[in-house]
Design a binder for this molecule. Sequence first.
Ligand code: GLU
Length: 279
Amino acid sequence: MAFVTRFAPSPTGPLHLGHAYSAILAHDLARAEGGQFLLRMEDTDLERCRAEYEALILEDLAWLGLTWDGPVLRQSDHLASYNARLEPLAARGLLYPCSCTRSDIRAAASAPQEGVAFNVYPGTCRGRPMATRRPGDALRLDLAAAFAALVDHDLSFQETGAAHAGLHHIAPDRAHQRIGDVVLSRKGEDIVAYFLASAFDDADQGVTHVIRGEDLFDFTPVQVLLLHLLGLSTPVYHHHRLIRDDQGKRLAKRDDARSIAKYRTEGATPGDIRRMVGL
Ligand code: GLU
C-alpha cells in the first residue's frame, strides 16, 4: 500500500520543537516506507496567518534537512472549494444556520469540560432551514441527522499512536456528549473550520497516514464522520506525544524561546534538534 503523509503547519508563528518533532517523524516515516511526504500550509485563518511565518517555516524545514514531495499546498488558495464541499450536505438537510453568539451559547450550555475539543452546542438554532441563513451566520452540522444518514456505515478509524492505539468506533452517544452540532463554517460564506479543510485536503491529496500531535486526537471523530458523509476514504491516524516545557506544559506558538529559528541562531545543529525531541 502506498504511504503518503504530510506536515500541515498553520503559519501563525514560528516553528517550535513540537512542530519539528511532528515534521521529522512524518518525514522519516515516509522516507523509510518509500512513500511521500507532503507539505501543506493551513492558512485559512486569514487574520492570524502571515507570509513571513510561512517563509520562516520553509527555511526551518530545509535547515532541518527535510524534503517534501510536490508543491506546497496553501489552503488560502482553495477557500471556495471547501465551502463548495458543504453544499451537498446542506442539500441533504445535514446543516443548519446558526446566529448564536458565544455568550448565548454559554448561557444555554453547561460549562465545557476540561480537555474537550468542542464546546457542545445546546441546539438553539437546530432545525432552522438553510434558506434563513443571514450573512454572518455560522453553519452547524446536525449531528443526529448525520448519524441517521450513516446508519449503514462502519464509523471507525485506526489509530497507531501509543496513547490511543487500536480501532476506534465512533459511538453516537459519546459524539453527542463530546462533539455535538459543531460549527463547520463561520462568518457567513467564507471561512470553513480548520479541522474540516484539513480532513478534505487529506482525502484530496491521497494522504494514507495522518501524523500529528496528540492535542488533535479529539478532532478525529468529527473528521471521520465528515469523510463518510462525503464518501471520502479515511486515513490511518497516528497522534504522537507532545513536546512539553520544563513545567510540563505543551509548547505553543507563543513559546518563541523554543523556536527553531532561535536555536539555529544560537548555533544548534539539526542533529541537536533531533536529540532535544528524543529522536
Ligand atoms: N494545522 C494544524 C496545526 O498546526 C495541524 C492540523 C493537522 O495536522 O491535522 O496545529
